[in-house]
Ligand binder design. Structure first.
Ligand SMILES: O=C[C@H](O)[C@H](O)[C@H](O)COP(=O)(O)O
Length: 348
């Protein structure tokens, strides 16, 4: 039994490695990071007399290597593990599992829990990548479409007890940019049906305002009208929005899990929602709330990677009118470069 469990964890770790390499990034500061490599000098070979008995030489130990990439991975892992330890209640039955390179550490932590606990839960993925992570960890899988058939459907109901997900940027109000991996349509659906969204990220994602470092707002669009949407975005202040390329893996545009395209729309750094009085749409100066609503009015837009407005408890308190409005995390776990984890709650 224990052996089977260990094998399953190992199989999961192999899969995680493969996604880690696949997951393409457009995060500008990543390119700025330089590797910090510390190498120890191997000891000099001693000049021994040929008459001496041969000494059995042990190979020198490998030099310790610490790269910026290692720091980021450790930060992601620390954030994922803390979030699970503090937000996965054993009484929960439905757990949302988001997408990206950080979420794999959430699944890794869940996979280490006793099967007697996790077998009582169902894990709802936000796309193909997270579905495969759940499968590889041998956790019970439930597609979001099946969530409604196993429950008596009621629009305002938050069926998912908690969803864990990553983010590309998070501002002081916990508004997020998501969709760097083109999964934001299903991620928003899962957040909408969750009682609470717990975000996991590394220190590079923590910014005062959205679009500080991230290249643009990810927008999922119908392939029939991609160019029309791109022009619509320019008319509301986007600066050179571009259709996301599938290269190097695929020639032509990225195709999402839902068969659509993605446009990345750069805007001037967004305001906070509390700074709405500074908004100037004629110059492309927007709050997250206003920009999300404006982009959604463009015909052909399917979903926008701005997560703002209510969090789960706020949507619940607002009642039926706020049904499926939950988008924002209640808390973000930021893994830091020094190995610590910072938790951030929205400034209210
Ligand atoms: O579409 C992808 C998602 O929004 C991800 O959650 C987001 O891009 C963060 O990914 P990562 O954890 O790899 O930085």
């Amino acid at each position: 039994m224990l052996l089977a469990r260990l094998r399953s964890v190992n199989r999961f770790r192999n899969l995680v490695g493969c996604y880690g390499q696949y997951y393409g990034r457009t995060f500008t500061s990543v390119a700025r990071q330089r590797s910090q490599v510390t190498q120890s000098t191997p000891p000099p070979l001693s000049h021994k007399s040929s008459k001496m008995a041969p000494v059995k030489m042990e190979p020198p130990p490998p030099p310790p290597v610490t790269t910026a990439g290692d720091l980021v991975e450790s930060a992601k892992r620390a954030a994922g593990r803390r979030a699970v330890a503090e937000h996965l209640d054993t009484a929960y039955r439905h757990i949302g599992i988001g997408s990206g390179s950080t979420i794999k550490y959430v699944v890794e932590a869940i996979a280490e829990l006793p099967a007697s606990q996790t077998s009582q839960m169902k894990f709802v993925p936000t796309g193909i990548q997270s579905r495969e992570l759940i499968r590889a960890a041998r956790l019970p899988l439930l597609d979001i479409t099946d969530l409604f058939t196993e429950k008596e459907y009621e629009d305002a109901q938050q069926y998912i007890d908690v969803c864990f997900d990553g983010a590309d940027e998070v501002d002081l109000e916990l508004n997020c940019i998501k969709g760097g991996g083109a999964c934001h349509l299903q991620e928003k659906m899962v957040a909408n049906y969750s009682r609470k969204f717990v975000c996991v990220a590394d220190y590079r994602k923590q910014v005062p305002r959205l679009l500080t470092n991230w290249v643009g707002v990810p927008i999922e669009v119908s392939p029939k009208i991609t160019e029309g949407v791109r022009r619509g975005l320019i008319s509301i202040g986007a600066q050179k929005p571009f259709i996301r390329s599938g290269l190097p893996g695929k020639a032509g545009p990225v195709v999402t899990d839902n068969g659509n395209h993605v446009i990345d729309a750069p805007f001037p750094t967004l305001l906070l929602n509390s700074e709405a009085h500074l908004m100037d749409p004629s110059r492309g100066i927007w709050t997250p709330d206003a920009l999300l609503n404006r982009i959604k009015q463009i015909s052909g837009v399917i979903e926008v990677g701005i997560f703002t407005g209510y969090d789960g408890p706020e949507a619940r308190a607002a009642g039926a009118n706020a049904a499926r409005a939950a988008q924002k995390p209640i808390v973000v776990y930021f893994g830091m470069a020094d190995g610590s984890v910072e938790t951030k709650y929205a400034q209210k």
